[in-house]
Design a protein around this ligand. Structure first.
Ligand SMILES: NC(=O)c1ccc[n+]([C@@H]2O[C@H](COP(=O)([O-])OP(=O)(O)OC[C@H]3O[C@@H](n4cnc5c(N)ncnc54)[C@H](OP(=O)(O)O)[C@@H]3O)[C@@H](O)[C@H]2O)c1
Length: 335
C-alpha cells in the first residue's frame, strides 16, 4: 500500500501511515468539481515540496485544509501511469501545483496521486523531477509575480525589491529577476546569516526587513520602483508608501499578516498599482506563461544549491522551520 502523510481531522498534525487506494480516491468532494477517481490522472509521485501552506497544514494549523481526512501537499511531481482523459501518455513527467491539491483534494505527500488533468503541466524538458519540485508552488508563484511586473512594463536593470527573500517564493523571485537582468534588492530579516546566500542567488544588494516593520504614514519618501511582496500587513503598507509614481507592487503573501494598514493615498496620488497574484487558480493563460518564464530564465544551479531533499518522516520538523521563519531556501520531499 502507498505511504502518505494523513490528516485525519482538524487540529491534529499529519501522521505517516499506509493508505488504501480507496482512501486516496477520496470522497466526491476530494475528487474535485465534476470529476471522480475514474477520470483522474494516476501519478506515481516522485517528489513534493514544502510551501508555507504545507507547513500550516501538516502541523494541524487552521486556514488551509478544508476537507478531512486529507493527504496534504499542494505540489505533486511524478510520472503518469494512466490517464483516462487522454491528455497525457503513460511515462509523461508531470507537475501539479495548487488548484486545491492539499487543501480540498488529496495532495502530494503520498506515493500515489489521482489528479484532474487540467491541473497538470508537463515538466519542461530542461528540468528533472527534483528541480520541478524545487520550483513547485513557490517558484510558480514567483514567476506569476515577475510576469505581473513585466506586463506592467518594468525596465531591465531597474531595481525590484523582494520581501521575505530567503523564503521559497522570495528566493526564486530574486533568482529569476537577476537572470532577467533586473537589480533584485533582497529584503530579509536574516541579513546577518543569509546575506551571502542572497547575493549568491543574484541579489544586487540585501536590505534589513526591520526597515519595513514599523507602521508609518501611507505616503513616504518614494524610493521603490517595483516590488514583489510575500509578507502583507505593515511591510506591504510600507512598500506601497515608498513606491514611486506609476510603480507597481505584486502581492502574493501574508507571512507577516493578512491585513493591509494603509490608505488610498499611494493609489490616488502616485498612481501606484497593487497587483494581486493567486497561484491556486491563476487566470487563463497565466499558468502557461509562468512555466514559460521559468523554463526560459530560471538558474537551476542557484535554486538546487538552496534546496534540501528530505523524506516524509522529516516533513514535520522542516515545516516548523518555515512557520518560525528560520528557514532559507526550499525543501523537496522524496516519496
Ligand atoms: N498567492 C499565492 O498563490 C501564494 C503562493 C505561494 C505562497 N504564498 C504565500 O506567500 C508567502 C511566502 O510563502 P513561502 O512559501 O515563500 O514561505 P516561506 O518559505 O516560509 O518564506 C516566508 C519568508 O517570509 C519571511 N517571514 C516569515 N515569517 C515572517 C513574519 N512573521 N514576519 C515577517 N517576515 C516573515 C521570512 O523571510 P526573511 O527572513 O528573508 O525576511 C521567510 O523566509 C506565504 O504567506 C504564503 O502563504 C501565496
Amino acid at each position: 500500500m502507498p505511504k502518505a502523510l494523513w490528516l485525519s481531522e482538524q487540529g491534529l498534525a499529519a501522521e505517516l501511515r499506509e493508505v488504501t487506494e480507496a482512501e486516496l480516491a477520496g470522497t466526491s468532494d476530494q475528487a474535485g468539481a465534476g470529476s471522480d477517481s475514474d477520470t483522474r490522472v494516476r501519478i506515481r509521485v516522485e517528489y513534493s515540496d514544502i510551501n508555507y501552506k504545507d507547513a500550516l497544514a501538516v502541523t494541524g494549523s487552521p486556514g488551509v485544509v478544508r476537507n478531512y481526512p486529507l493527504v496534504p501537499g499542494i505540489d505533486v511531481v511524478g510520472v503518469v501511469e494512466n490517464d483516462p482523459s487522454g491528455t497525457f501518455n503513460p511515462g509523461d513527467r508531470v507537475i501539479g501545483v495548487g488548484g486545491g491539491l492539499g487543501e480540498t483534494m488529496h495532495g502530494g505527500f503520498a506515493e500515489l496521486a489521482l489528479v484532474d488533468a487540467p491541473l497538470l503541466t508537463k515538466v519542461p524538458e530542461r528540468f528533472d523531477n527534483l528541480t520541478a519540485a524545487a520550483i513547485g508552488t513557490a517558484g510558480f508563484t514567483a514567476a506569476l509575480c515577475v510576469n505581473r511586473l513585466l506586463v506592467h512594463g518594468i525596465e531591465p536593470e531597474s531595481e525590484v525589491w523582494v520581501t521575505g527573500s530567503t523564503g521559497g517564493v522570495g528566493s526564486v523571485a530574486v533568482s529569476l529577476l537577476a537572470a532577467l537582468g533586473f537589480e533584485a534588492v533582497a529584503v530579509t530579516s536574516k541579513v546577518a546569516t543569509a546575506e551571502d546566500y542572497l547575493l549568491g542567488l543574484g541579489a544586487s544588494r540585501v536590505v534589513d526587513a526591520g526597515d519595513f516593520k514599523e507602521a508609518g504614514r501611507s505616503l513616504q519618501s518614494a524610493t521603490i520602483g517595483s516590488a514583489i511582496d510575500t509578507l502583507g500587513s505593515v511591510p506591504l503598507a510600507n512598500l506601497l508608501a515608498r513606491t514611486v509614481p506609476g510603480g507597481i507592487v505584486a502581492a502574493c503573501g501574508l507571512a507577516a499578516g493578512g491585513d493591509l494598514p494603509t490608505s488610498v493615498m499611494p493609489f490616488i496620488l502616485r498612481s501606484v498599482t497593487l497587483a494581486g497574484v493567486n497561484s491556486v487558480h491563476p487566470l487563463p493563460g497565466w499558468r502557461e506563461a509562468a512555466w514559460d518564464l521559468l523554463d526560459t530564465a530560471l538558474d537551476t544551479d542557484a535554486l538546487l544549491a538552496a534546496t534540501r531533499e528530505i523524506s516524509l518522516p522529516e516533513v514535520a520538523d522542516a515545516a516548523k522551520t518555515l512557520l518560525d521563519g528560520s528557514n532559507s531556501g526550499r525543501f523537496v520531499v522524496k516519496l
